[in-house]
Structures are given as structure tokens and as C-alpha cells.
Design a protein around this ligand. Structure first.
Ligand SMILES: [Zn+2]
Length: 92
């Protein structure tokens, strides 16, 4: 599978089970300050992002999300590293 260039945010209170995650979608629970997605390089790793006080910052406008700082998925065999800016994935 190729690296993705875009993520579609899905705002949902309760995150889906890992087996129900679809590639190209990031599931975001504002209620629990957490997000989950399949690693966008296609490796199948499930990434969990904590937006708590010490975690990533999520901003949203018009359904487009930005996440800072960059995301480095250390469980990914390719060590995927990227920014999400207005739903676009910028690979590092
Ligand atoms: Zn990966």
C-alpha cells in the first residue's frame, strides 16, 4: 500500500475497535481527548494520539484538522513521521 497524502477526520465520542479502523480516516474523540488511526504509510500499525495536556495539539476549522507537533509512529516498521495540516499529510 502506498503512503497516503490526506486524512479524513471522523469526530466521534467513542473510538471504534482497532479492527474497524479504515485507512485514510482519523477518528477523533473530543470527549476523551484522543484520536486513533491506521498508520498512513499502510503498515497496519494502529496509532493512538493523546491530546491531553502533555500531548499533541489538535486544531480544527471548517472540518480541516491540524496536529502539532509532528507525529512519529515508533511502532511502525518504517518509523512513519509526518505532519497533518488541513487534512493533508506532509511526510518528513
Ligand atoms: Zn507505518
Amino acid at each position: 500500500m502506498e503512503r497516503l497524502s490526506e486524512l479524513q477526520p471522523i469526530f466521534i465520542d467513542t473510538l471504534p475497535e482497532n479492527a474497524a479502523l479504515e485507512p485514510g480516516k482519523i477518528y477523533i474523540s473530543r470527549k476523551h481527548n484522543v484520536a486513533k488511526l491506521l498508520c498512513p504509510d499502510g503498515c497496519g500499525t494502529v496509532s493512538v494520539l493523546d491530546f491531553g495536556r502533555e500531548g499533541w495539539k489538535l486544531t480544527e476549522s471548517d472540518g480541516k484538522i491540524m496536529i502539532h507537533p509532528s507525529i512519529l509512529e515508533t511502532a511502525c516498521p518504517n518509523r512513519a513521521h509526518y505532519y497533518v495540516t488541513f487534512n493533508r499529510i506532509q511526510w518528513l
